[in-house]
Design a protein around this ligand. Structure first.
Ligand SMILES: [Zn+2]
Length: 98
């Protein structure tokens, strides 16, 4: 399942990248490498929670990622979020059983 992505203007993209750089620094959120001006090391905007699940361009759900990490992650949920959901589900199950 995927929803069409609204493309950003160059100004919107630049503004988001500046805000994310201030928040997270100038490195890839996933591999912590510096961005470079060559393929797979260039800077991209990544939806931490996939765009199909949270279809908005909000800073709270965006990170800067190199192309390699962005491609590798694709449209799947990040592992920390999966563990959090599983832990919450298990805790709710235990509370219901008690
Ligand atoms: Zn990376």
């Amino acid at each position: 399942m995927s929803t069409p992505r609204v493309s950003l203007t160059v100004e919107q993209r630049t503004s988001l990248q500046c805000r994310l750089k201030e928040r997270d620094g100038k490195r890839c959120f996933y591999c912590a490498r510096n961005f470079r001006a060559r393929p797979l090391r260039r800077k991209t905007l990544d939806h931490y929670i996939p765009h199909w699940l949270w279809p908005a361009w909000e800073v709270d759900n965006l990170v800067l990622a190199c192309e390699r990490c962005n491609l590798a992650k694709g449209d799947v949920l990040p592992w920390p979020l999966v563990w959090l959901l599983l832990a919450t589900f298990r805790q709710t199950e235990w509370e219901m059983a008690a």
